[in-house]
Design a protein around this ligand. Structure first.
Ligand SMILES: N[C@@H](CCC(=O)N[C@@H](CS)C(=O)NCC(=O)O)C(=O)O
Length: 199
C-alpha cells in the first residue's frame, strides 16, 4: 500500500494528502517530523537523504519533494490532474514552480514578520504584486490552468488559503478569495489542507 511519512499540519505533506484524497488512493500516513521527530532516524534517512517531509513509498518508488510526489501520483494514477497535452501540463506546472520559488518565501517571511509585529509595508507590497498575478490569471477560469483542478492548484491551495486568512490590512482580490472558496468546497482540500495546515 502507498505509504506517506509526514505530520499532517505541514503544507508540503498537505499537498500530497490532498492529491491522494482527490484520487481516492488507499494509503497509510505515518506521523514524522515536527513534534513527532524521526527525521534523523537512519531508516528514514535512507528513504529521504534530506530528512525532510513528505516522503512516499509506492512499491519500488521511494520519493521526496512534494511537487515531484504530486506530479508522480497525478501521472501514475490517471485523472486530469496532470494534463496529457505537454503545453497544457506546463501551463499548470509553471504555477507549481512559481509558488515554491517565488510566492512561498515572500509569503512565509511576511507572515513571520506580521506575527512578530515588524514593519510589513514593503514585503506586503511585494506579495500583493504576486497575488495580483493570480487575480488576473483567475479572471477567466475557475482553476489556475483552466476549468478543472490540476497539479498547479494543488501547489497553490495551501498558500492561497494562508493569504486569504492572513489577518492584515490588504487590498481585496475577489477572484483569489472566490478561488479559495471554490477549493474549500472540495472535501479533500477541506480535510487535508484547510483543517490541519497552520495558518
Ligand atoms: N521542498 C521540500 C520542502 C520539505 C520541507 O522543508 N518540509 C518541512 C515541512 S513543510 C520539514 O520537513 N520540516 C521539518 C519537520 O517538519 O520536521 C518539499 O516540498 O517537499
Amino acid at each position: 500500500m502507498l505509504k506517506v511519512w509526514g505530520r499532517p499540519d505541514s503544507s508540503n505533506v498537505a499537498k500530497v494528502m490532498w492529491t491522494i484524497g482527490e484520487l481516492g488512493l488507499p494509503h497509510e500516513r505515518i506521523d514524522l517530523g515536527g513534534k513527532f521527530g524521526g527525521n534523523d532516524d537512519p531508516t528514514y534517512r535512507s528513504k529521504n537523504p534530506h530528512g525532510r517531509i513528505p516522503t512516499i513509498e509506492d512499491g519500488d518508488a521511494v520519493l521526496w519533494e512534494s511537487n515531484a510526489i504530486v506530479r508522480y501520483l497525478a501521472g501514475r494514477y490517471g485523472s486530469g490532474l496532470l494534463p496529457a497535452d505537454l503545453a497544457e501540463r506546463a501551463g499548470s506546472d509553471r504555477w507549481m514552480d512559481w509558488c515554491s520559488i517565488t510566492l512561498v518565501p515572500s509569503l512565509k517571511t511576511l507572515r513571520d514578520l506580521h506575527r512578530a509585529g515588524g514593519d510589513t509595508k514593503a514585503l506586503l507590497e511585494d506579495v500583493c504584486a504576486m497575488v495580483s498575478t493570480l487575480e488576473t490569471a483567475l479572471a477567466e477560469t475557475d482553476f489556475i490552468a483552466g476549468n478543472a483542478l490540476t497539479v498547479g492548484d494543488i501547489a497553490l491551495g495551501a498558500q492561497v488559503h494562508r493569504w486569504v486568512e492572513l489577518d492584515i490590512a490588504k487590498p481585496a482580490f475577489p477572484k483569489v478569495v472566490a478561488y479559495r472558496d471554490r477549493l474549500l468546497q472540495r472535501p479533500a482540500f477541506a480535510e487535508h489542507v484547510a483543517k490541519p495546515v497552520k495558518l
